[in-house]
Each structure stands twice: as structure tokens, then as C-alpha cells.
Design a protein around this ligand. Structure first.
Ligand code: GLY
Length: 427
């Protein structure tokens, strides 16, 4: 099978690695890919938002299956274009992707189908929004409705902070068109949980649970990031809770989508807040989470290509989704300064003969690249999140394995959290 993966992060490297483990004979292409995918796939220099370029490539190269990592091509309708051209592609279509690309669409959808979410209002101008926040109890949550690379959500502690946020979105236009509509919603305290299911339009199957370490600093402090690490399983989640999430969030969402005439096919990621056993939807993503996926896919025992194909062919009910019984972890090495300003272009070195996969004590480790490129035989940093070190096995051994490996990978301005894998008291 000839497979094209669209994207350039650690998630796409982990997807390529899972495909490599398939029993099927494969040839993998990655657009545009990174230094890690260069080792197991052929990188092609087409950007994730160049839908025409990707389609021409897929047609010319007789691609049998395309897998989309990030939200941007999905929101631009890549699935609609490829499907119309008779190509098999994994991911939801443009309309279904509104669940992520328009926070207003997803909040209105949740309200319409009585799925719990924080009370909210949508605004399209600074003055009206400013008046509204002046009369509201704080903290408040302010979100750009459109896509903002994970940076569009703000929690403001007082009126001044709310006004500053609104000013930067509406007047300084820090998110461009993505900030034309702003959602202001009540702040809900509790613990956050990301929950992913595979959906074929009719049937859904949950992936194993994971926990994302979202903040930049140890102890979950500082700015929000795309994710600085992840573990599986999520230690706070019981079978009872997953049953309740399925019944009160996933099933009504899929029913609601059907009623809206939307056939959802792909991965549905629900960002949830659990407060006193009540489940609130914070947001939806229409794709695999990053870095949660890296820690999930290294535990996948069944064939990932059959998962993709059973979703596309709408026979997910016949696919047995099997994960091993281990624990897993993903530690993100980033460029110091991320998620704000940081420098790139530094050489990344792998010392002591470190390979991209191997064993350390009883842990099996995987090194995925995120923000790197390969030039000649060398690797250079290109992004904020640079390398993902993942391991599966017993909890304590995998934690010490990823931290031992972190010392063997070097680049200037390397930064990582020292507490990934630590389980704090449930809030
Ligand atoms: N880790 C969160 C996300 O993928 O959006």
C-alpha cells in the first residue's frame, strides 16, 4: 500500500511508526514530514495547507490511503476534495471539522443537543464584549472562535485582564480572521481529561485514556502549550467515568451530528472538564491529540491500517481495536521560550549510539521527531516542540527511561518538564 501522511509533528511520526509495524507491505510518504519521518518515509515538500498540491501528488503517485494529522487541512476540506477524486482518506470532512474550526458552531451544537458545556455568549465586536465582561463574575474564559494553533483560549482573573484579551483579539487581531468571533464562557473548575474515539459514521470505538500535561512549567504552572507530555492510562479515569462519557457526551454528539446531516468519520477528541462527577465539554478536536497520540499508539497491538480502512469503509464494528496492558509515557523536549518566542536552527545530537527505537531495562522506547529537519546526515531544530521521547512498560521504569534518554539528546536551548509521569492529587 502506498500511504501519504499529512503533517509534520510528533503525532505524524508516531502514525508513520505505527504504520511501519503493520503486517501489510507499505511505502510511506509524509508531507511535509520532519527529521524523524525522513528515517521511515519519503518526505515530500508540500505544505499541509496546499490542498491542490497534495491532491495532485496523491493522484500522480497512486496513493492508496491518505491520513491527515493536523486540523488545518481538515478544516479546509481536504477530505471532501480527495473523496470527490475517488481517493481513500482518513479524517472528517469540512462540515464535520467545524466542531474544531468554529468554537461558536461547536458551542451552539452542544447547547442544541443538551450536552453539558459552560454557559457562553458569542461576540463579534469589542465594545459589546467589553460591556459584557464588565458585569461578569471572574474568572472568565475567552476564546477565539476560529483555529489558533492551541493558543486561542484565555482565562482572565479580573475585568482588566478580560479587556486586554478582548483588545488583543478584536483590535490588535492577534489571530487574524480566527478572532472575528469570540466566545466568552463561565470558568468551570475541576480536572481536565481528553478522550478520543474512532468513528465510522455509525459505530465508535474508544481509544485508551490518556493524560496530557498542558502547561509549560513543572507542577502544571505557567503558559498553556500544545502539550509537554502525556501518559496512558489516565490515572483519574474509572470504567464508570468512561461509560458516563460515552453515554452523556460521545453518543449524543454522534446522534446530533447525524441529525445535522453530518457523517463523522475519523477521530473525535473531546476535551472535557469533570466537576463533582459532572462532565462538561470544553471543546472538540477533529483529529488525534498531540502528544497524547504518541503515548497511545505505542501501545496499539492491532493493525493501524485496518483501523483507518475500517473507518473509511464504515465497518469499524468488525475491527478489533487492541492495546497492550502496559503503561506508557511521552516526554516532550522543546526549545526554551516555547510557547512564546524561541530560536530554531540548532543541531540536534543523539549520543551514546541512541537509536530511534530500542530497549532500556524492561522499557521499550521510541524517539519521535516533532520540530526537526534532516539536512545531509544531521538534524536541526525547526519548531517549539522538538523531540518526543516515548516508552511503554512498567510505570516507574518507563519514567526513568525517558528521563535517562532526555540527557542523551542535546540541542541548544533544550527544555523539558521534570515531572511528566508524576500523578498529582486529583483536583
Ligand atoms: N494536546 C492537545 C491537542 O492535541 O490539541
Amino acid at each position: 500500500m502506498r500511504i501519504l501522511i499529512v503533517g509534520s509533528g510528533g503525532r505524524e511520526n508516531a502514525i508513520a511508526s505505527a504504520i511501519k509495524r503493520s503486517k501489510k507491505e507499505t511505502e510511506i510518504f509524509c508531507a511535509p514530514g520532519n527529521g524523524g519521518t525522513a528515517e521511515i518515509a519519503l518526505n515530500v515538500p508540500i505544505k499541509q495547507d496546499d490542498i491542490k498540491g497534495l491532491l495532485s501528488f496523491a493522484l500522480e503517485n497512486k496513493i492508496d490511503l491518505t491520513v491527515i494529522g493536523p486540523e488545518i487541512p481538515l478544516s479546509m476540506g481536504i477530505v471532501d476534495e480527495f473523496t470527490a477524486a475517488g481517493l481513500k482518506i482518513f479524517g472528517p470532512d469540512r462540515k464535520a471539522s467545524l466542531l474544531e474550526s468554529s468554537k461558536k458552531f461547536s458551542k451552539d451544537f452542544l447547547k442544541k443537543y443538551n450536552i453539558k458545556t459552560a454557559e457562553y455568549k458569542a461576540f463579534s465586536d469589542f465594545q459589546t464584549a467589553q460591556k459584557f465582561v464588565a458585569g461578569k463574575k471572574h474568572p472568565l474564559v475567552i476564546k477565539a472562535s476560529g483555529l489558533a494553533a492551541g493558543k486561542g483560549v484565555f482565562i482572565s482573573k479580573n475585568i482588566k485582564e478580560s479587556e486586554n484579551t478582548l483588545d488583543s483579539i478584536f483590535n490588535a487581531k492577534i489571530f487574524g480572521d480566527s478572532g472575528e468571533t469570540v466566545i466568552i464562557e463561565d470558568f468551570i473548575e475541576g480536572f481536565e481529561l481528553s478522550y478520543m474515539v474512532a468513528v465510522d459514521g455509525n459505530t465508535y470505538k474508544p481509544l485508551i485514556t490518556s493524560m496530557d500535561y498542558k502547561k509549560i512549567g513543572d507542577g502544571d504552572t505557567g503558559d498553556n502549550t500544545g502539550g509537554m507530555g502525556a501518559i496512558t492510562p489516565n490515572p483519574y479515569v474509572s470504567d464508570n467515568l468512561t461509560n458516563k462519557i460515552n453515554k452523556t457526551v460521545i453518543e449524543p454528539t454522534l446522534e446530533g451530528l447525524k441529525k445535522e446531516g453530518i457523517k463523522y468519520k475519523g477521530i473525535l477528541y473531546a476535551g472535557l472538564m469533570i466537576q463533582n462527577e459532572e462532565i462538561y465539554v470544553l471543546e472538540f478536536n477533529v483529529r488525534f491529540g498531540d502528544p497524547e497520540t504518541q503515548s497511545i499508539l505505542i501501545r496499539l497491538e492491532s493493525d493501524i491500517l485496518d483501523l483507518f480502512l475500517s473507518v473509511i469503509n464504515e465497518n469499524l464494528k468488525d475491527y478489533e481495536l487492541i492495546f497492550d496492558n502496559s503503561n506508557s509515557i511521552c516526554l516532550v523536549l522543546s526549545s526554551d521560550g516555547y510557547p512564546n518566542k524561541y530560536k530554531t536552527g540548532y543541531e540536534v545530537s543523539f549520543n551514546d549510539g541512541l537509536k530511534c527505537l530500542g530497549h532500556m531495562k524492561s522499557a521499550e522506547y521510541f524517539i519521535f521527531h516533532a520540530g526537526t529537519k534532516k539536512t545531509g546526515e544531521k538534524y536541526y531544530t525547526t519548531g517549539g516542540r522538538v523531540i518526543n521521547i516515548c516508552a511503554r512498560g512498567k510505570e516507574l521504569e518507563i519514567n526513568s527511561a525517558v528521563y535517562d534518554i532526555a540527557k542523551k539528546i542535546n540541542f541548544e536551548n533544550k527544555y523539558y518538564r521534570k515531572d511528566i509521569g508524576k500523578i498529582y492529587a486529583r483536583p
